[in-house]
Design a binder for this molecule. Structure first.
Ligand SMILES: O=C(O)c1ccccc1N[C@@H]1O[C@H](COP(=O)(O)O)[C@@H](O)[C@H]1O
Length: 217
């Protein structure tokens, strides 16, 4: 049996592109709950979209420094399988969210330099997965989703005891090289499969997933 690369398509906000992501083989679909993002999705729409996702595809909610009241409301409204924490949540807060809400948690950690790598270790005891993403530029509006890649050589050959996913500036054109260089078995893309900020493109989603299929082992 071959082991596919697991792909997460993040920032989905229409029934059509969500269905494309599922049909072309995404293992994770992500919904963004962050008002400043062009991919932000209102809770009622997210609830409808999430309800259409078949068993076996992981429905991920991306939040940024969300408080308990916000998370309570989110989890009560939208059927979810995982929380992606993409803010400055420290390990204690990640552990608290995981315990309180009873959902697996994926913590995003930004990487730009070698000195950013130890932070990945801080979350191994408290997160179910780690998302290794590009660190946002200093004055960026968004803590992710900037279409920015980091130097993949920084993590070439590195392994962590928890499952991890590579993110940041991935596109249909570069995802193969990113997998080959880092050994990632899971990849996450948002802006790299869009025709404009926040506008997902079914054809690019298909091409992205096809580009990863050569790396099944
Ligand atoms: O996509 C967003 O708008 C977003 C907003 C706030 C935090 C994270 C966000 N996106 C996540 O960032 C990474 C990389 O995205 P990209 O492929 O470089 O556009 C990915 O995990 C997105 O889910």
């Amino acid at each position: 049996m071959s082991r596919d690369i697991h792909v997460k398509i993040c920032g989905l906000s229409t029934a059509e592109t969500l269905a494309s992501a599922v049909a072309f083989g995404a293992r994770y679909v992500g919904f963004v709950f962050f008002a400043k993002s062009p991919r932000n999705v209102a809770l009622p729409l997210a609830a409808t979209l999430a309800a259409s996702v078949p068993e076996g595809v992981c429905k991920v909610a991306l939040t940024v420094n969300a408080d308990d009241v916000t998370l309570d409301h989110l989890i009560d409204t939208v059927p979810l399988d995982m929380l992606q924490l993409h803010g400055a949540e420290d390990p204690d807060r990640v552990a608290q969210i995981r315990t309180r809400f009873g959902l697996p948690v994926m913590k995003a950690v930004g990487v730009a330099h070698e000195s950013d790598l130890p932070a990945l270790l801080d979350y191994q005891q408290v997160a179910d997965q780690i998302l290794v993403d590009a660190k946002p530029p200093r004055h960026a509006e968004l803590p992710g989703g900037n279409g920015l890649a980091f130097d993949w050589r920084l993590i070439a050959g590195r392994r962590w005891p928890v499952p991890w996913m590579l993110a940041g500036g991935l596109t249909p054109n570069n995802v193969g090289e990113a997998i080959a260089m880092t050994g990632a078995r899971q990849v996450d893309v948002s802006s790299g499969v869009e025709s404009a900020p926040g506008v997902k493109d079914s054809s690019q989603i298909r091409t992205f997933l096809a580009a990863t299929s050569a790396y099944a082992i």
